[in-house]
Structures are given as C-alpha cells and as structure tokens.
Write a new protein. Structure first.
Length: 164
C-alpha cells in the first residue's frame, strides 16, 4: 500500500495541471496494454504529446506493464482480440516465446529482429493482441484519467499545491 501511495504522490507532484497529468496517465495506461513492449516509452510520449498530457506521467504509467503483469496483459489482449475478431485460436505458447525473446539479454537489434520474425510468422496472433490491447486499454485509460484527476486534486489540496 505504501508503494501505491508513493506512486500517487509522485504523480501529484509532477509539473502541470491535474488535467495535464491525468491525460499523461491515460496515455501511459493505454500504451501499457499494447504488445509493442520495446516501444512503450516512446509510444507513451507520443500519445501524451497528442493528448497534450504530461510526458512524465505517461512514462511512469507505461510501467503498469512490467515483468509481473506482462504475461497477464498479453494473454488478456490475445483472448480479447481473437474473441472480437473471430480469429481461430492459435498456440498461446507463441506469446510466451515472444516474452522470452523480449526479456532476454541480447542486443536490442537482435531482439527486435527475432520478435519481428516470430510475429511475421504468426500475424494473426499479433493482430489479435494489438486489437485486444486497444480494446482493453481504452476503457482502462478513460477510467485512469478520472481516477488520476481525482487523486491529483485531492493530494494537492491536502498539501496546498496549486492545482491549475
């Protein structure tokens, strides 16, 4: 619980308005559901720029997708994607093979090439994960926007930090 409180405090003390920080949080949360792990930080910044949100908040929140949550996010995105797109169920072992590649200690260029080859051979899996991640990420991002805005305003009020 203490880590979560520290997390909220870090968000509340970022520069910007409560709206700006919350848009960054939403951008980061949305991206964290994406299967494009090596690009999460870059995508978080891009979405934060598009939404005129806090880039720092987006960077912090893309870490919602971390080594502990990534297998759950990948499986949820995959199953959501195949259910909505009507794609025939494939071997989910490919997803965990992709996770092994992305978490290995090889050079980034080799890691990306191996991931590209794997995904190219299994495009249905990649498309279902991408679509499923977007479907799961959008409501999560919207909800996180409102929660972040509430908590940032609340914590700033308690500490007399200007909100906007």
């Amino acid at each position: 619980m203490k880590k979560f409180q520290n997390f909220l405090w870090k968000l509340a003390t970022l520069d910007g308005t409560a709206h700006n920080i919350s848009m960054g949080v939403a951008a980061g949360v949305f991206v964290s559901f994406s299967p494009l792990v090596p690009f999460h930080t870059i995508l978080g910044i891009i979405f934060a720029l598009i939404l005129r949100g806090s880039k720092r908040a987006a960077i912090i929140c893309v870490w919602l997708s971390n080594p502990l949550t990534l297998p759950l996010f990948y499986a949820a995105a995959y199953y959501t994607g195949i259910a909505i797109l009507g794609i025939e169920h494939a071997d989910i072992g490919v997803i965990y093979q992709l996770l092994d590649i992305l978490s290995s200690k090889i050079k980034l260029s080799i890691k990306l090439e191996e991931a590209r080859q794997l995904l190219h051979s299994q495009m249905d899996i990649f498309y279902s994960m991408l679509f499923g991640g977007a479907v799961l990420g959008l409501p999560s991002a919207i909800g996180s926007y409102f929660l972040a805005k509430y908590w940032v305003k609340r914590l700033r009020n308690e500490e007399d930090i200007p909100i906007e």
